[in-house]
Write a protein that binds this ligand. Sequence first.
Ligand code: FAS
Ligand code: PHB
Length: 395
Amino acid sequence: MGDKALRTQVAIIGAGPAGLLLGQLLHVAGIDTIILERRSGDYVLSRIRAGVLEQGTVALLEQAGVAARLHAEGLRHDGFNLAYDGARHRIDLAGLTGGRHVTIYGQTEMTRDLMQARAACGAPSLYEAAEVHLADFDSAHPRVTCLFEGQRIEIACDFIAGCDGSHGVSHASLPAAALSLHERHYPFGWLGVMADVAPVSDELVYASHERGFALCSMRSAHRSRYYLQCPLGTEIADWPDARFWDELRQRLDPQTAAALVDAPSIEKSIAPLRSFVAEPMRFGSLFLAGDAAHIVPPTGAKGLNLAASDVHYLAEGLIGHYREGRASGLEAYSQRALARVWKAERFSWWMTSLLHQFPDSSPFDRKIQAAERAYLAGSRAAMAALAENYVGLPF
Ligand code: FAS
Ligand code: PHB
């Protein structure tokens, strides 16, 4: 028994996008939650992550009542560009998908909006909660314990939502035999730079070059986000700004390279690329959502958006349980979520394979990759398939 006993309907582990969005959707539906987060709020906000939101994610933020700033500051994008063989090929998202689009709005800002909304509604969040432990989730009376502000807290709840990311405690709490893991590691990472300078282009540019992949993205009309494919083991210390900008220019098509304006980096980090799925996503009263259950390489801008669709299915199931005593939503959760997860895993793997240089590829592999790019640049049907995945498949 802890020093302090609490009770809630849904205990949420993790205050990243998945945990916070779930908390807000359940609050709007009148369902009580407690969020436990290992880090401080400032630390969570300091992590630079995603930047592209699907329309379905925007709709969920509207449902959660946190989309005002997104609509005021987010950038609607109706297309993006692929750059290879010295030319740019625009993917007309709106024209190829009957008007669908994406919105550029940093995950940091989305997280900030969700944190502020949760604080405003007074729903409890335990930041810097240590030694979080999940218990009895194979029963109807699961419990979560943690150390918080020097006290041992025990939370009795009906359900636990494991939204604690790829290094969380939730899936680590499961017996290995209960999980089926599927994984692919890529032989490279992304070196990312943020700079307060106007973006090189008003739409994103994904460049494929024999020196490696590069991505030109943004957070606003005054803040740019760039990435370079880099070998495993790359050290940030080996990449001063001047080298980064020079290498980026070499990988871009001439038109984009000529327009690039560089500026001092305000953030520089390296992210490894991997594909990962843990099946199933439900264990009794414990439900996994977001990076706690799956990881995609960031090439297709799917990670954050998959966390949102998991949360959509899980919130629907929990609301059905509490409002109508209906178990079907929760029983279908894992199968529904995984059906969409695997399609996004496929797309992210495909786009990564299309645009990156693979150190161990054979001459045949490289010919196939070049043919895939050439086919895509010349086929409306191929571009339409890319576009419908990029804007987000239906929930
Ligand atoms: P998160 O990892 O965001 O949140 C999990 C939270 O749980 C964290 O705050 C963590 O501190 C907390 N936690 C962990 N263990 C805990 C414990 N034991 N107890 C309590 N709390 C615990 N996606 C894109 O779409 N585009 C991108 O460009 C992109 N870039 C990325 C770059 C990096 C370096 C990384 C790591 C990911 C990137 N992603 C990107 C994916 C990323 O955006 C995730 O998909 C998104 O953060 C998923 O959100 P959550 O599932 O909430 O997980
Ligand atoms: C980003 O802006 O961080 C970003 C955009 C598109 C991607 C990945 C990352 O595919």
